[in-house]
Design a protein around this ligand. Structure first.
Ligand SMILES: [Fe+2]
Ligand SMILES: [Fe+2]
Length: 154
């Protein structure tokens, strides 16, 4: 599997998490409920951004340079981290909801940019062999089996 397909798959699942957090914010004024949902989102988004910064961005740098789209994507990752920090500082539920609303909008926009621009550039500049080798590294990091390694029930 190509790395770009794996990352698109991660986005698909994280969109469900964004919906869950949005629904939690809309349906609860319990600050702890909201903090719990946000803590799960923080862990998953951080892990997703780390895997992009480790496997994808450095391999695009020779083609795109450090500036331009990669700088924008890295800056947005930092922006998302800063909003998680701001959420931890929020002491009332209204302020927390407002920070998380901003975070969800930024993260959603960021995902769309990656899907429409960055992953498309990756597919243009990296060939299928490179993207598949990176997909294997992704699978090892995520502990996902890509090959049929055994026979169940035979
Ligand atoms: Fe990203
Ligand atoms: Fe992403």
């Amino acid at each position: 599997m190509k790395l770009t397909d794996a990352l698109r798959g991660e986005h698909a699942v994280i969109y469900q998490l964004f919906d869950h957090v949005r629904e939690t914010i809309a349906g609860s004024d319990d600050i702890q409920d909201i903090r719990n949902a946000v803590a799960v989102m923080e862990r998953i988004l951080l892990s997703h951004a780390q895997i992009e910064e480790r496997l994808l961005f450095p391999n695009l740098e020779p083609h795109l340079g450090q500036m331009g789209p990669l700088e924008v994507m890295r800056a947005e990752h930092r922006g998302i981290d800063e909003l998680f920090d701001a959420a931890k500082q929020a002491t009332d539920v209204g302020a927390l909801k407002s920070v998380i609303g901003e975070l969800l909008d930024l993260a959603h926009d960021h995902f769309a940019k990656e899907e429409h621009a960055l992953f498309a550039m990756a597919q243009q500049f990296l060939d299928e062999t490179e993207l598949t080798a990176l997909g294997d590294e992704w699978a090892a990091s995520r502990k996902v089996a890509l090959q049929d390694g055994g026979c169940m029930g035979c």
